[in-house]
Design a protein around this ligand. Structure first.
Ligand code: PMP
Length: 305
C-alpha cells in the first residue's frame, strides 16, 4: 500500500504517498494506543461527497478523548482536511482512513509528554465483503474469541488496540472457509462482527444488540435506524443470543466498509431463505439511495468535497 502515487495529509501537510512515514520507536506501534476512523466518499448525483463526515469526525475526537489523547487540530480542521484529501487525490469515490497516534518522543507505557499526531489517507475501495456478498449474502462463523468486555478495553472508542481481537476472529473464520466472524460478548450474547454491527429480523421486527454487548456505536447502524423508521419498521435494541440468529428470518451486517451486507448462514445453519431477505433488500436499497444522493431527505449527510 505504501508504493503508490498520491498525497497523504500528515499533521497539517500534504505529503507524497511514499514519504508518509513514521519512526520505528513510535509509541502507538509498541503499545497500541491510537484511534482511527473509516469513512466513505461516494460519487453522488451531485458530485463526490463524504457520507456523514461530521459524525465520523466527532467519533474520532470521542475515541481520542476516551484514550486520553488530545488531537492537536479542531473538528472543523479535520473535516476540511478529509475533503482536501479526496480533492487532491482526484478521487470520485473512496474510503478514507484518518488515524491519530502517539509519537516517538519517548517509550515506556505512560505516553505523558509525548506528541499526538494525525494522518488522513484515501484510496478507492469497493465492496468490503465482495459484490457477490452484497447480492447473495455471506457465510459467518461464531468466533471462539470473545468480544472485549466494556471495562477491559473501551468499546465506544474505535481504538487501534481493539482490532487485534477483530483480526484474530476474522482470521479464524476465514481460515475455516467463512467470510466473516461473529463475536459474542463475555456473557455469551451476540455483540458484533469483526468490523460490522449485526441486525436480525424476525416476524417483521428488526433487532440489534444494545451497546452494552460491547459493539461499536456504528454510524451505518444509526443510518439503518433512520431507514427503518422511514419504512415503518420497528427496531428493538436488546440482548440477542446466537440461536436467535440461527432462527431469524433474515440477518445482515452494517459498516462503513461493509455497507449493508446480508448474512445467509451462521455456523453452517442457513438463515431464513439462505440468501438476501426481502426486508434486508429494502434496507440495502434505501441505504444506497441515501449514500448516492438519491434521497433529498438526507442531503445534509453528504458533505461535498
Ligand atoms: N463494529 C466494528 C468493530 C467496526 O470496526 C465497524 C466499522 N467501523 C463497525 C462496527 C461499524 O461502524 P460504522 O458503521 O460506523 O462504520
Amino acid at each position: 500500500m505504501s508504493d503508490r502515487d498520491g498525497k497523504i495529509w500528515m499533521d497539517g501537510q500534504l505529503v507524497d504517498w511514499r514519504d508518509a512515514k513514521i519512526h520505528v520507536l513510535t509509541h502507538t506501534l509498541h503499545y497500541g494506543c491510537g484511534a482511527f476512523e473509516g469513512v466513505r466518499a461516494y460519487n453522488t448525483i451531485k458530485g463526490t461527497a463524504i457520507f456523514r463526515l461530521r459524525e465520523h469526525t466527532e467519533r474520532l475526537f470521542n475515541s481520542a478523548k476516551i484514550l486520553r489523547m488530545k488531537i492537536p487540530f479542531s473538528l472543523e480542521q479535520v473535516m476540511d482536511a478529509q475533503r482536501e484529501v479526496v480533492r487532491v487525490n482526484k478521487l470520485e469515490s473512496c474510503y478514507l482512513r484518518p488515524l491519530t497516534w502517539i509519537g516517538d518522543k519517548k517509550l515506556g507505557v505512560s505516553p505523558k509528554g509525548n506528541t499526538i499526531h494525525l494522518m488522513i489517507a484515501a484510496w478507492p475501495w469497493g465492496a468490503y465483503l465482495g459484490e457477490e456478498g452484497l447480492k447473495r449474502g455471506i457465510r459467518v462463523k461464531t468466533s471462539s474469541y470473545t468480544r472485549h468486555h466494556v471495562n477491559i478495553t473501551m468499546t465506544q472508542a474505535k481504538a487501534v488496540s481493539n482490532y487485534s481481537n477483530s483480526i484474530l476472529a476474522n482470521m479464524e473464520a476465514t481460515d475455516d472457509g467463512y467470510d466473516e466472524a461473529l463475536l459474542l460478548d463475555a456473557s455469551g450474547f451476540v455483540s458484533e462482527g469483526a468490523g460490522e454491527n449485526i441486525f436480525v429480523i424476525k416476524n417483521g421486527v428488526i433487532y440489534t444488540p444494545d451497546l452494552s454487548a460491547g459493539a461499536l456505536n456504528g454510524i451505518t447502524r444509526n443510518t439503518v435506524f433512520s431507514i427503518a423508521a422511514d419504512l415503518g419498521l420497528k427496531i428493538v435494541e436488546k440482548r440477542i443470543t446466537r440461536d436467535e440468529v440461527y432462527i431469524a428470518d433474515e440477518a445482515f451486517f452494517t459498516g462503513t466498509a461493509a455497507e449493508v451486507t446480508p448474512i445467509r448462514e451462521l455456523d453452517r445453519i442457513e438463515i431464513g431463505i439462505g440468501s438476501r431477505g426481502p426486508i434486508t433488500e429494502k434496507i440495502q436499497s434505501a441505504f444506497f439511495d441515501i449514500v448516492n444522493g438519491r434521497n433529498a431527505k438526507y442531503a445534509e449527510w453528504l458533505a461535498a468535497v
